[in-house]
Design a protein around this ligand. Structure first.
Ligand code: SAH
Ligand code: SF4
Length: 435
């Protein structure tokens, strides 16, 4: 989401005459787009700011700014801690960044931290460099108020972009040759544009260009609808991959987290999705060591991981966030216990990811070619429908942006190694040129 927001910011600033440089030594303006979800994300920003401070010692004025959630959360308190920061601008005030930068160049502090009930930046065409995969924020903010989470406070109230503006953005991306689009929202299931829900949006998005793959994130397990599951199943170009954060396997902890579903509901949902979308895979988010979490609660989390058999997971230690409801609970799981539980969760998930991937050996996958593999110039890499990284030999005639059918030869928990069968016409789902 921050990467998508950074593209909005780059667009606003380049419209105002700024040019983008990759070289921080050359920049007159340096903005760090920040996350507040966990304390370690914020600590890294304090570290980066410490490093960037030296760039302000040259002859030319350099404006250093913090944007995003940390700007929103800390506001002018950030300036008490880091007085060399010139600009502090939260996620709903990016349109006014040029003004705040002018203020900073004039020698004052530029501070903009008002949240909006309506801002969606839907008229701003994000500055995209990639040319292949794009993110589109279809909604902003969050109204769920999970008790551990700072997002509703830093990103404000939930609001949706219009379906028509999303569709026309996809049309433009299609004309520019993009091949993959990820629709973003903190809880996309709450999407609502005058009665059009997220399933309507997904169908409309998939319909723009059948050669564009559509992904989405994130779904809240409480309101993932059957209608959305059918939309995924019935559209070949919507990926069969659902990120469905469970957070904990214990109903008691889920209640304390205000997650508003039970594990029974969650597992039924997984089963239903598997019925409706054959071959669908899941990933999740898990928090270890939420206040009052016992060994039994922790065991229930391990049990859920075993039962669902996720393809992948993002796993975190609980981090108390000031201003949230859980901040008032005692953070009573000792650090070493949190670490041990997290390690157990990570180890279990890794072995499951590995087992799932080993079973894929000998099967065929359709991969969108992204470019040279990270490890070898002689290989290409891309992602499968279920979002797995696949590496395969570079062959003449296969280029970035092509869809290829591959056969999996080897697998680890993170990567699949494959042989190329041939290029595929994604629309027709058939091999058109054998390797
Ligand atoms: N809106 C998304 C995710 C937002 S934050 C959703 O609801 O799924 C991404 C993930 O960070 C969350 O799913 C959660 O697992 C984790 N997270 C959020 N707040 C946290 C905290 N205080 N401590 C540890 N992990 C946290
Ligand atoms: Fe945070 Fe919960 Fe909203 Fe996700 S749904 S952003 S975890 S409050």
């Amino acid at each position: 989401m921050n990467l998508a927001d950074s593209e909005v910011v780059l667009s606003i600033l380049s419209d105002d005459g700024y040019e983008i440089t990759k070289n921080e030594n050359e920049a007159n303006v340096i903005l760090l787009n920040t996350c507040s979800v966990r304390d370690n994300a914020e600590q890294r920003i304090h570290g980066r700011l410490g490093n960037l401070k030296r760039l302000k010692n040259g002859d030319e004025k350099v404006v250093l700014g913090v944007i995003g959630c940390m700007a929103e959360r800390m506001r002018d308190k950030l300036l008490e801690k880091e007085d060399f920061v010139d600009v502090v601008v939260g996620p709903d005030e990016y349109r006014k960044l040029p003004e705040y930068l002018d203020t900073a160049f004039a020698g004052a502090k530029g501070i903009g931290v008002r949240l909006s009930k309506t801002e969606t930046y839907d008229d701003i065409v994000p500055y995209r460099e990639d040319g292949l995969s794009a993110w589109i924020s279809v909604m902003r903010g969050c109204d769920k108020f999970c008790t551990y989470c700072v997002v509703p406070f830093t990103r404000g109230r939930e609001r949706s972009r219009s379906l028509s503006s999303v569709v026309s953005e996809i049309r433009e991306l299609s004309q520019k040759g993009f091949r993959e689009i990820t629709l973003l929202g903190q809880n996309v299931n709450s999407y609502n544009d005058n009665g059009n829900d997220f399933a309507d949006l997904m169908r409309a998005a998939a319909d723009v260009d059948r050669n564009i793959r559509i992904r989405f994130t994130t779904s809240h397990p409480q309101d993932l609808s059957d209608k959305l599951l059918y939309a995924i199943a019935e559209n070949e170009n919507i990926c069969n991959y659902i990120h469905l954060p469970v957070q904990s396997g214990s109903d008691r902890i889920l209640k304390l987290m205000n997650r508003t579903y039970t594990i029974g509901h969650y597992l039924n949902l997984i089963e239903k999705a598997r019925d409706i979308i054959p071959g669908v895979s899941f990933s999740t988010d898990i928090i270890a060591g939420f206040p009052t979490e016992t060994e039994e609660d922790h065991q229930m989390t391990l049990d859920v991981i075993e039962k669902v058999r996720y393809d992948g997971a993002f796993m975190f230690k609980y981090s108390p966030r000031e201003g949230t409801k859980a901040y008032r609970f005692e953070d009573d799981v000792p650090e070493d216990v949190k670490s041990r539980r997290l390690t157990e969760i990570i180890n279990l998930q890794q072995s499951i990811s590995n087992e799932i991937n080993q079973k894929l050996i000998g099967t065929e996958e359709v991969v969108l070619v992204e470019g040279a593999s990270r490890k070898s110039e002689n290989d290409l890499s891309g992602r499968s429908d279920t979002n797995k990284v696949v590496v395969f030999p570079k062959l003449a005639g296969i280029n970035r942006g092509d869809y290829v059918k591959v056969k999996i030869r080897k697998a680890s928990s993170a990567t699949l190694i494959a042989d190329v069968i041939g290029k595929v016409d994604f629309l027709e789902n058939k091999v058109v040129e054998t390797a």
